[in-house]
Design a protein around this ligand. Structure first.
Ligand code: ZN
Length: 144
C-alpha cells in the first residue's frame, strides 16, 4: 500500500488518541489492517520517492496548521508509515533478503507473511487507496 495512504490513515487514527504513544500504536495498527486489504503496490524507486514526498507534504501541512500537538495525529502518521521502511530497505538491497541464506528478513506482520498481504492491480487497487485517503483527510478536516 502507498505511503500516502498509510500516512493519512495513521494520522486519522492518531487523531483519536489521547497521547502520542497511543497515536503511534494506532498508526501501526492501521498499517497492518490496510496491508491486509487487496491493494496495488508500485515497485519502482521514482514512484516511491514521489509517494513519500506527497506523504511528507501532508504531514508538513498538518504540522504547519498547528494540529500536530493535538492528540497523536503526527505520531499516528509516523506509526502508519514507518513499517514500510523495511520494505524500502529490502527494495534497495534485495540480495540480502533472498534465499538460500538471507541475512535479513521482513519483520512487520503484514510483510513477514504472518498477516496475509492483499494484492489487487489497477484500477481497483488504486481506487480503494484514493478512497481511503479522501475519507481519512475528510475525517481529519472534520475534527479540526
Ligand atoms: Zn506495509
Amino acid at each position: 500500500m502507498y505511503c500516502t495512504t498509510h500516512t493519512v490513515a495513521g494520522a486519522a487514527a492518531g487523531l483519536l488518541a489521547g497521547d502520542p504513544v497511543t497515536g503511534f500504536i494506532l498508526g501501526l495498527g492501521t498499517h497492518a489492517v490496510l496491508d491486509a486489504l487487496p491493494h496495488h503496490d508500485y515497485s519502482n524507486t521514482a514512484t516511491g520517492v514521489l509517494d513519500t514526498l506527497v506523504a511528507a507534504v501532508i504531514v508538513g501541512t498538518i504540522a504547519a496548521l498547528g494540529v500536530g500537538g493535538r492528540y497523536g495525529i503526527l505520531s499516528g502518521a509516523v506509526g502508519g508509515a514507518v513499517p514500510d521502511l523495511e520494505v524500502v530497505r529490502a527494495h534497495l538491497n534485495p540480495r540480502a533478503y533472498l534465499p538460500p541464506n538471507p541475512s535479513r528478513r521482513l519483520i512487520f506482520p503484514s510483510h513477514s507473511g504472518l498477516i496475509p498481504h492483499g494484492r489487487r492491480w489497477v484500477p481497483w487497487g488504486i481506487v480503494t487507496q484514493a478512497a481511503i485517503v479522501i475519507a481519512g483527510l475528510g475525517f481529519i478536516i472534520s475534527r479540526l
